[in-house]
Design a protein around this ligand. Structure first.
Ligand code: HEC
Length: 194
């Protein structure tokens, strides 16, 4: 009888431990979901603060960012003397035209060291030299946020070599005399540019 009672209590204690285990697992799952959520929020904050949005969203250089294609790649290229014209690509997780096939680590490496998975070094107008100073966790938060975006299908052109004619509008530094000889008013973006 005493033995049976001891066995019964032992079993109860076993259930107690199992229940505590399940509770702990649920707690950890909820905790990690909350942590992932706050990582994405942190990434959103940094992407906005770091101006990734301006260079990588179409319409932003015309004063009207196209929020339906948020971070979906620019419609204006930057002319870099001697290098060519570079258009900020699609950062959304679209597999064909964006970063859908890149791992978060590959994204981090690109915007903190300039190295893309195909071995190219990004033009310095993409401020990776500055982003090299991000902490590891902030850089990962940015990549996690980019991965959480709705995919946008939009292929940017380029990069264009110095002799090539880009299909996009171009941001270029010109001497004052060239600027003042531009047609007036300065060329406006046609409403149907995108
Ligand atoms: C001043 C404009 C500018 C800003 C600000 C900017 N980028 Fe870029 N980014 C570019 C341009 C231009 C390229 C393309 C450079 C090239 O092709 O060599 C690029 C390329 C990239 C690439 C490589 C994508 C690919 O498909 O090759 C990644 C990733 C990237 N940027 C992430 C970011 C992130 C993240 C931020 C903000 C933290 C950011 N960029 C801010 C202009 C910018």
């Amino acid at each position: 009888m005493a033995n049976a009672k001891r066995r019964f209590c032992g079993r109860l204690r076993g259930y107690g431990i199992a229940a505590a285990g399940i509770g702990l697992a649920l707690g950890l799952a909820a905790g990690s979901a909350a942590a992932a959520d706050s990582q994405v929020q942190r990434g959103k904050y940094l992407v906005t603060f770091g101006s990734c949005t301006d260079c990588h969203t179409p319409g932003s250089f015309f004063g009207k960012p196209d929020m339906k294609r948020f971070l979906g790649g620019s419609d204006v290229g930057f002319a870099i003397p001697g290098l060519g014209v570079f258009v900020a690509p699609n950062l959304t997780p679209d597999k064909q035209t964006g970063l859908g096939n890149w791992t978060e680590q590959q994204i981090v490496t690109a915007f903190t060291t300039g190295k893309t998975p195909d071995g190219r070094i990004l033009a310095p107008i993409m401020p990776w030299h500055a982003y090299a100073n991000l902490t590891k966790s902030d850089a990962l938060a940015i990549a996690a946020y980019l991965k959480s975006l709705p995919p946008v299908s939009h292929q940017v052109g380029g990069p264009y070599g110095p002799g090539q004619t880009p299909a996009e509008f171009v941001m270029v530094v010109v001497p004052p005399a060239v600027y003042s000889s531009l047609p007036k008013p300065p060329p406006a973006a046609p409403a149907a540019a995108h």
